[in-house]
Design a binder for this molecule. Structure first.
Ligand code: CLF
Ligand code: SF4
Length: 489
């Protein structure tokens, strides 16, 4: 197959992530359009100050996730509760895929790793602590790591993800350390439902079970949420969607957390398999399918709070753009041999380049939108192969996921992603993989790729997907496709 070709109009930002020189020069002037979507009416009414707070956070801003990277350091091994979707052998499943194990680091090793990566990937703007256990069950290690990083790399935003049990005790310290983004995993606001998710919690030197355990966790989570609001710390709530247990209840969770000041809600699918050795995995509890997940997210998005749909359930030692995993480039044996190349000025320069590029995207997005909103225009889904930057810039055979955009006569809106196995392996396409890929995007009308070989192209068409080859801004390509085929939808 032919490798993806650049049109020369837009440089692929994912290359910029891997190379500082390219990053500095990659923002070329273009009269053309580029696009990535903010996804709720809440986004449009967001004030400037808030925009600034989230502009470089790839989890809190859907737009940012196309351009900026995050990293996690695994410094927090212990946990103080048991979730039925977690196996202690692996990382905290509240912010991580089950079955993934990270190398544990000391705060000093973690700080060195951050400085190394901040030099190599200047687009890395956020350092999160998300496990492998609960960061606030390991407060000394967590806060020591933050202190070291704040001191040496003041431009890196600090982020924390917790089950919330010990949060109320630490909000003051979190504020003092200038940690502006905190995630709480809240799966229920009704402790009866909580009993089906949490067998026990360990609180103030005592282990509680059943309803009492769920009650304590619920109260502490609500107290923590309130305290974050009072301290003006942005709070994202993660919820794991567990069909038959809390799926319908999450609408109520969404309402309650919104009323209590959460900024963003991230409803994630339960990932459950017997080989993970979790209670749910072993008892056959299934996760939701993409349609069920989207339906619930859509229902909650009506509530006017921002709904996160771009979470990749990354590892506790994740590195890179969401959707790419560079953690294996920075294992302990490798990063301990590397010197820190942290350079504040250079990082600022790279960030201004990205911001300029984002401005071009915004201007171009405005161009492809109709001057007046078209009412009742049917919505369709398209699957996009992209390496980032809001551009169709990936070869079909190289994609490990497709971004899914919902398109109508007004806009193309990011609504999720579908993970797939890479079709092209060592220069050859796998038929079985193609079948699986087609199944994964069977509800889409078209697939947008930078290139695709003749064989898979024919099979994709036979399966009813239109194949669009382009190297351009996602919103532009998607909207043009829609306009050309509007009579068929
Ligand atoms: Fe990490 Fe989480 Fe901070 Fe992001 S991840 S601690 S808020 S910097 Fe992001 Fe990863 Fe989803 Fe988490 S994509 S699992 S939401
Ligand atoms: Fe596992 Fe995280 Fe739950 Fe603790 S909070 S039991 S580490 S999923």
């Amino acid at each position: 197959m032919t490798p993806p070709q650049s049109s020369g109009v837009l440089s692929p930002p994912s290359e910029a992530v891997t190379d500082i020189t390219i990053a500095k020069n990659s923002i070329k002037k273009t009269g053309d359009s580029c696009g990535c979507s903010s996804n709720t009416s809440a986004a449009t009414s967001m004030d400037e100050k808030m925009r600034e707070r989230i502009a470089k956070h790839p989890c809190y801003s859907e737009e940012a996730h196309h351009h900026y990277a995050r990293m996690h350091v695994a410094v927090a091994p212990a946990c103080n509760i048991q979730c039925n979707y977690c196996n202690r052998k692996y990382d905290c499943a509240n912010e991580s895929r089950p079955g993934v194990v990270s190398e544990l680091l000391t705060p000093e090793e973690a700080a060195h790793k951050v400085l190394v990566i901040a030099g190599k990937i200047p687009q890395m703007t956020v350092l999160g602590i998300a496990g492998p256990g609960d960061p606030l069950a390991n407060p000394e290690k967590t806060f020591r790591t933050f202190e070291l990083i704040a001191d040496k790399a003041p431009d890196i935003k600090l982020c924390l993800s917790t089950n919330g049990l010990m949060l109320p005790d630490h909000v003051e310290k979190i504020k003092a350390l200038n940690v502006d983004h905190v995630t709480i995993t809240i799966n229920m606001v009704d402790p009866e439902i909580g009993t089906k998710i949490y067998p026990w919690v360990h609180y103030r030197r005592k282990r509680y079970k059943g309803l009492q355990a769920a009650q304590i966790l619920h109260e502490r989570q609500m107290e923590g949420l309130q305290a974050l609001k009072e301290a003006d710390i942005l709070c994202k709530v993660n919820s794991v969607m567990i069909p038959g247990i809390n799926d319908e209840h999450l609408v109520e969770v969404d309402r309650v957390i919104r009323e209590n000041g959460a900024f963003l809600h991230n409803i994630m699918p339960l990932i459950s398999a017997p080989e993970h050795g979790t209670h749910f995995g072993l008892t056959g509890q299934r996760g939701p399918n993409p349609k069920e997940l989207k339906k619930l997210q859509d229902e909650c998005a009506d509530s006017n709070m921002k709904m996160m749909r771009h979470c990749r359930q990354c590892r506790a030692d994740a590195v890179g753009l969401l959707g790419e995993d560079r953690s294996q480039e920075f294992t302990k044996d490798k990063f301990m041999e590397m010197d820190s190349q942290y350079d504040f000025e250079l990082r600022q320069e790279v960030h201004s380049g990205i911001e300029k590029f984002k401005e071009e995207i915004k201007a171009a997005k405005a161009k492809v939108r109709p001057s007046e909103r078209v009412k009742n225009s049917p919505k369709i889904l398209v699957a996009v192969a992209t390496k980032g930057g809001g551009i169709v810039n990936q070869h079909f055979g190289h994609a490990k996921e497709f971004q899914i955009f919902e398109v109508d006569a007004n806009e193309a809106k990011f609504v999720g992603h579908r993970k797939i196995d890479q079709y092209c392996q060592g220069g050859y396409g796998e038929d079985a993989t193609l079948e699986y890929v087609i199944k994964a995007i069977s509800d889409c009308k078209a697939i947008l790729v930078s290139k695709v070989g003749e064989c898979p192209k024919a099979e994709l068409r036979e399966a009813g997907l239109q194949v669009i080859e382009a190297y351009d801004v996602i919103e532009k390509v998607a909207r043009e496709f829609y306009d050309q085929n509007a009579d068929k939808f």
